[in-house]
Write a protein that binds this ligand. Structure first.
Ligand SMILES: Cc1cc2nc3c(=O)[nH]c(=O)nc-3n(C[C@H](O)[C@H](O)[C@H](O)COP(=O)(O)OP(=O)(O)OC[C@H]3O[C@@H](n4cnc5c(N)ncnc54)[C@H](O)[C@@H]3O)c2cc1C
Length: 281
């Protein structure tokens, strides 16, 4: 395997021209990529391009309208960010519940997005805040909403040679929360996770509501039928039955489809009653 570590986007593009058709992998933190390597079975890339030293892809910055997160920003940096705590609670909480401290220091937000796992903890918060994913490639740059960027388990809209450079979040003053159910307290892959972004009037009625759930379909899904039911004013008990319309869980080593559906409805209902003060607490 050949290893390259460009220091800038220009160097990266020059490298792509020389590599042409070779099978290559992008390496960020390596916490998803490296456990998949099986040298004995030949499951290794021919070329590894380590993007960690590329200038300008790390850190969280702000302007009046947006918060911009570099793709190489670590989950630990998101966890520590006061800006994220104040304005994007679901992402901050997802980072807090993410793996353990060693992994959080290596793992990047760009890696979580490009890995496109249905259980990725950072993803539901990005969906409910309608994040835009900025890409840079040999043919220039473009921006795609997260829900269009991820197209299946492990599948994204990345074209050959393209990398994620930034994540853009609009500052709309929307509150959000994140909930994760795992089979143990820490270092757990989610059996179910979700983020809720919402605004409420002084009586507690929702003026906006957006929910995205993970581990209950091939990709993160918006719980649109449930949200429509809540916004139409039906009871929480009735609305919760609509969740099954939005999800398509499967059985796997962590849980059965039935368990995921029941667990999602229970923890969603719990959050609506106790965190958002809907229905009878
Ligand atoms: C012990 C352990 C615990 C974990 N716990 C959690 C958890 O609690 N929650 C959770 O969601 N995940 C968890 N993970 C999974 C993993 O840590 C995350 O998905 C992490 O965010 C991946 O980031 P990375 O930088 O390490 O990505 P890498 O492994 O470097 O890359 C992952 C994939 O994305 C591609 N890629 C990376 N960055 C870019 C980019 N900028 N542009 C284009 N392609 C790119 C790579 O080519 C690769 O295909 C865990 C993993 C381990 C090993």
């Amino acid at each position: 395997m050949k290893y390259f570590r460009p220091n800038s986007i220009d160097e990266y593009h020059e490298l792509l021209v020389t590599l042409k058709e070779t099978s290559m992998s992008i390496l960020a933190g390596g916490t998803d990529l490296m456990p998949r390597w099986e040298p004995d079975k030949g499951l290794m890339p021919d070329v590894l391009i380590d993007i960690k030293k590329i200038d300008g892809l790390m850190g969280i910055r702000e302007n009046e309208d947006e918060i911009i997160i570099g793709a190489l920003t670590t989950i630990q940096d998101i966890k520590k960010s006061i800006l994220m705590q104040n304005e994007f609670g679901s992402l901050s909480e997802a980072a807090r519940q993410f793996a353990g401290v060693q992994i959080r220091h290596r793992a990047t937000i760009g890696g979580n997005i490009c890995n496109a796992s249905p259980a990725g903890d950072i993803l539901p918060g990005l969906y409910v805040h309608q994040a835009n994913i900025q890409l840079i490639g040999p043919n220039g740059s473009r921006s795609i909403p997260i829900s269009k960027f991820i197209i299946g388990p492990g599948k994204t809209m990345l074209e050959p040679g393209e990398i994620v450079s930034e994540i853009h979040l609009l500052r709309k003053g929307v509150k959000s929360l994140f909930y994760k159910l795992g089979l143990r307290q820490s270092m757990a892959i989610a059996v179910v996770n979700f983020a809720i972004a919402y605004q409420q009037d002084s009586n507690g009625a929702f003026t906006s509501l957006n929910i995205a759930a993970g581990s209950v379909a091939p990709t993160i899904v918006y719980l649109e039928s449930f949200v429509d039911a809540i916004m139409s004013g039906v009871s929480l008990d009735e609305a919760i039955q609509h969740v099954d319309i939005d999800i398509s869980p499967i059985d796997d080593i962590r849980a059965t489809a039935d368990y995921r559906s029941t667990a999602l409805k229970n923890v969603l209902e719990y959050n609506f009653r106790h965190e958002l003060h809907q229905g009878n607490e």
